[in-house]
Design a protein. Structure first.
Length: 246
């Protein structure tokens, strides 16, 4: 199996060390990043790597956890995130932000090989359901049924395609990086399922979702407009639309 990776670090010695280690592995690993001069987010979208190794001590990314999860949501397949650091205290924060593993620097051959084999040979199946748990109560929601999520103070309301509303006692931010790429944030109060998008009006900063026979119109904030533009661009790249200007 041929797997690809990207190393995000400003430490050139670390990058050379990891690339050398990969050559010694029985699995085939290729550096997916052919152009290190372009922006990191553009590199990720272009390379579509299987693994992303991120140097938490020297990544060069502002607001690392927020930005990395925003960028990878537009990839067809979510890559495996592996954190690297000299500080053990970063391990909990990395795992909490959906990193699959944490490697302490200096990285030993054994730890790196164990990490890659574990992730390669036991990949997680893509989730189809969301489980909302509270004490001994477990509620299951099909991801394909979620039209959008709305923040309500410290809770989150899920609006489903058949008209139901389900409330979770967790904030919207908790779900932002947890949900698959079809979901993205458009406003501090809203995350939408792109499957249900029927219209985008950048002039009025509104997005419309089809919920049964009803069109739901939601606001797009300036902060998250880039998410909507990226979705629109990816849609035009992957579909052959008959574009008619009114």
């Amino acid at each position: 199996m041929r797997l690809t990776y990207i190393i995000i670090s400003n430490d050139q010695d670390l990058k050379k060390e990891l690339e050398k280690k990969f050559l010694e592995f029985p699995m085939i690993l290729e550096n997916a990043s052919k152009n290190s001069n372009i922006k990191i987010q553009d590199r990720l979208l272009d390379a579509k790597p299987d693994f992303i190794f991120i140097d938490l001590d020297n990544s060069g990314i502002d607001d690392l956890y927020l930005n990395i999860n925003e960028w990878i949501q537009f990839l067809n397949k979510r890559p495996t995130l592996i954190a690297l650091s000299e500080r053990k205290k970063y391990a909990y924060q990395a795992i909490k932000n959906n990193f699959s593993d944490f490697l302490l620097k200096p990285i030993s051959n054994f730890d790196l090989q164990k990490c890659l084999f574990k992730l390669n040979y036991h990949p997680k199946k893509a989730s189809e359901k969301l489980c909302l748990s509270s004490h001994s109560d477990y509620q299951f929601i099909e991801l394909q049924d979620i039209v959008y999520l709305q923040a309500d103070n410290n809770t989150t309301d899920f609006y489903l395609k058949k008209g139901e509303r389900v409330t979770s006692f967790r904030t919207l931010k908790n779900f932002e990086s947890l949900l698959p790429k079809e979901f993205f944030r458009i406003h501090k109060s809203y995350i939408v399922n792109s499957t249900f998008i029927s219209r985008i009006n950048f002039g009025k900063s509104r997005i419309s979702l089809k919920r049964g026979e009803v069109d739901i119109s939601l606001p797009i904030s300036n902060k998250y407009k880039i998410n909507v533009k990226s979705y629109k661009d990816s849609l035009f790249d992957s579909h052959n639309f008959l574009l008619v200007a009114n």
